[in-house]
Design a protein around this ligand. Structure first.
Ligand code: SF4
Length: 337
C-alpha cells in the first residue's frame, strides 16, 4: 500500500521526521518515492521570464523587486512569437513543461488576453503549460484555464510565522486565496517555498506543514534554496547546511508522496553530488535551461551529462500525468524567482 495522503500534519510530527538519523530519513523517503514514481525519471520544466523586473512587491529575496538595486532591468511583456521561439527550443532540449513567469504583483485584466494567447500557442506545441504571474482573481484563473493553462505557480515561500520577516506587501492569506482560485478553476497547483533565508528548522518544518495541510497537496512542490543576490536584503544570510537542504527535500517527499518535488532555484550553486543526494531523497523534477527568472541555472549540456552519469532520464508528459494522479486519495480537489 502506498503511503497515505494526509492533510493533518502537526508540527511535532514534521519535526520528528527532520530529526531522524540522516540515513534512515533518506531510506524512508526513497522508499515512498518508489511507491508512486520511477526513481530513474525526472520531470523537466523550462522557465522563461516573459516580463522581468520592476515589481512593486518587497520579497526580501527577490532581485526583481523595483525597490532593491540589483541591476535587473525592467522589461515589458514579451511578444508571443519570441516566447514561442524559446518554447520550441525548450522542447527540443527535452523539456515537457514550459513555465512563463511575469514579475507582477498581480496581472491587470488587460494583460490576461495577451498571456492567454501565449498559453494557447505554447500548448499547441505539445508542451504542458505553467504560469507564475502573481496574485490571481477567480475570473482571471478561469480565463487562463480556458486558454489551456495546466499549472499555476504561487509559492507560500516560508512558514506563516516567518513570513512577515520576508514579505510585507501582501499577506499569507492572499497567497492561500490565489491557490484556492487556481484549484477552483480546475488547474493544478505548483506551490513550494524557499529555504536558507535565515529561518529555523522549526520554520522549515512550518513551511512543509503549511504546504501539506492545504486542502489538496500541490501537484508540484518547488523547494528553492535561496540564491543570494547583492542588493537584496537577504544577501549575506548564513548559508544553509547542504545536509539540511537534503533533509528538507526528503521530508517534503514523505509528507507529499504523490507530488512532484522540484529541485528549483539554487541548483547552480549545488555540487553534482548534492543534486544526486536530492534525487535519492525523492526530488523528481528540475528546472532545465540556462536561466531561471533572473538567476543562473546549470546549462542544458551539464544537466544532460549529469543525467547520463546518474542513469536518469526525462519523464515523458503522459507518464508524468498518469503517475502523479495514481492512487491519490486526498479530497477532490508565489513567484518562482
Ligand atoms: S518574488 Fe514575485 S512578487 Fe515578489 S518581488 Fe519578486 S517578482 Fe515581485
Amino acid at each position: 500500500m502506498p503511503a497515505v495522503i494526509r492533510n493533518d500534519w502537526s508540527r511535532e510530527e514534521v519535526l520528528a521526521l527532520f530529526d531522524l538519523p540522516f540515513p534512515e530519513l533518506l531510506f524512508r523517503a526513497a522508499t515512498v518515492h518508489r511507491e508512486r514514481f520511477d526513481p530513474a525519471e525526472v520531470q523537466v520544466s523550462t522557465l522563461l521570464s516573459v516580463k522581468t523586473g520592476g515589481c512593486p512587491e518587497d520579497c526580501a529575496y527577490c532581485p526583481q523587486a523595483a525597490r532593491y538595486h540589483t541591476g535587473v532591468e525592467a522589461t515589458k511583456l514579451m511578444d508571443t512569437g519570441s516566447v514561442l521561439e524559446r518554447a520550441r527550443a525548450a522542447k527540443a532540449a527535452g523539456a515537457s513543461r514550459f513555465c512563463m513567469g511575469a514579475a507582477w504583483r498581480s496581472p491587470k485584466d488587460r494583460d490576461i488576453p495577451k498571456v492567454a494567447e501565449m498559453i494557447r500557442e505554447v500548448k499547441a506545441l505539445g508542451l504542458e503549460t505553467c504560469a507564475t504571474l502573481g496574485m490571481l482573481k477567480g475570473d482571471q484563473a478561469k480565463a487562463l484555464r480556458d486558454a489551456g493553462l495546466d499549472y499555476y505557480n504561487h509559492n507560500l515561500d516560508t512558514a506563516p510565522e516567518f513570513y512577515g520577516d520576508i514579505i510585507k506587501t501582501r499577506e499569507y492569506q492572499d497567497r492561500l486565496d490565489t491557490l484556492e482560485h487556481v484549484r477552483d478553476a480546475g488547474m493544478k497547483t505548483c506551490c513550494g517555498g524557499i529555504v536558507g533565508m535565515g529561518e529555523s528548522r522549526d520554520q522549515r518544518a512550518g513551511l512543509l506543514q503549511a504546504l501539506a495541510n492545504l486542502p489538496a497537496h500541490p501537484d508540484s512542490v518547488p523547494i528553492n534554496r535561496l540564491v543570494q543576490v547583492e542588493g537584496t536584503p537577504l544577501a549575506g544570510t548564513a548559508l544553509l547546511d547542504p545536509f539540511e537542504f537534503v533533509r528538507t527535500i526528503a521530508v517534503a517527499r514523505l509528507m507529499m508522496p504523490a507530488s512532484m518535488v522540484r529541485l528549483s532555484a539554487g541548483r547552480a550553486e549545488m555540487s553534482e553530488e548534492l543534486q544526486a543526494m536530492c534525487f535519492l531523497a525523492g526530488a523528481n523534477s528540475i528546472f532545465y535551461g540556462e536561466k531561471l527568472l533572473t538567476t543562473g541555472n546549470p546549462d542544458v549540456a551539464a544537466d544532460q551529462a549529469l543525467f547520463e552519469r546518474l542513469g536518469l532520464r526525462p519523464m515523458p508528459v503522459a507518464h508524468e500525468s498518469k503517475t502523479v494522479h495514481a492512487d491519490i486519495v486526498e479530497p477532490a480537489a508565489g513567484c518562482a524567482a
